[in-house]
Design a protein around this ligand. Structure first.
Ligand SMILES: [Zn+2]
Length: 188
């Protein structure tokens, strides 16, 4: 079991040093940031933000997407967003897209719905982005940026987010370059 071997290494080398810190976490969590990023294995949210257990609330999926409020019913990521904002009261939300994103590339390139029916159906949520990319002849890199902006607009479609923004919640778009680790903070 590959993952468990890694856990054993962590346990032997690091866990004893963190025992008292971890014990405190049983009382609850109060993360500063909701970090929404892609499932891509080349992104390590805690490593790249120098955060540890309890500091980063994370949503990950293919293409770092959040559905618009109108299609949020029963959606796990929308529910997690609601929990982060209304229950945990996070102070900021970061939507972190990344270079060479397979989800955005699949959207632009098209997916064989017979081979990959679930992915094809999921990508329909991003059809607006596809239309914009075609219309404006955006490069894959530009489309990845636009995807971050679309997701921020979707996040802002929730009343509870609007209310939190009025009370100081900040929302940022990032573009992470997997080839060198650089982060670009996108302008509004
Ligand atoms: Zn990706």
């Amino acid at each position: 079991m590959y993952a468990y071997k890694g856990y054993e290494k962590y346990k032997n080398e690091k866990l004893s040093d963190k025992a008292s810190e971890l014990a405190k976490l049983k009382d609850g969590q109060s993360p500063n940031t909701l970090f929404i990023t892609c499932s891509d294995s080349r992104i390590c949210p805690n490593e790249m933000t120098s955060t540890k257990e309890g500091e980063l609330f994370v949503i990950r999926n293919a293409g770092n997407s959040i559905p618009h409020e109108r299609s949020s019913q029963g959606n796990a990521d929308a529910a997690t967003l609601e929990y982060a904002v209304k229950v945990l009261g996070v102070k900021e939300i970061v939507v972190c897209g990344h270079s060479h994103c397979g989800a955005v590339n699949a959207l632009l390139g098209g997916v064989d719905a017979t081979e990959l029916p679930v992915i094809a159906s999921y990508l329909q949520h991003l059809n607006e982005l596809k239309s914009l990319s075609l219309e404006k002849k955006l490069s894959p890199a530009e489309s990845i940026n636009e995807n971050v902006r679309f997701q921020i607009a979707n996040i802002k479609s929730y009343d509870f987010v609007q209310k939190a923004v009025d009370n100081g919640l900040k929302i940022y778009g990032w573009l992470y370059h997997i080839e060198n680790g650089d982060v670009e903070v996108l302008e509004d």
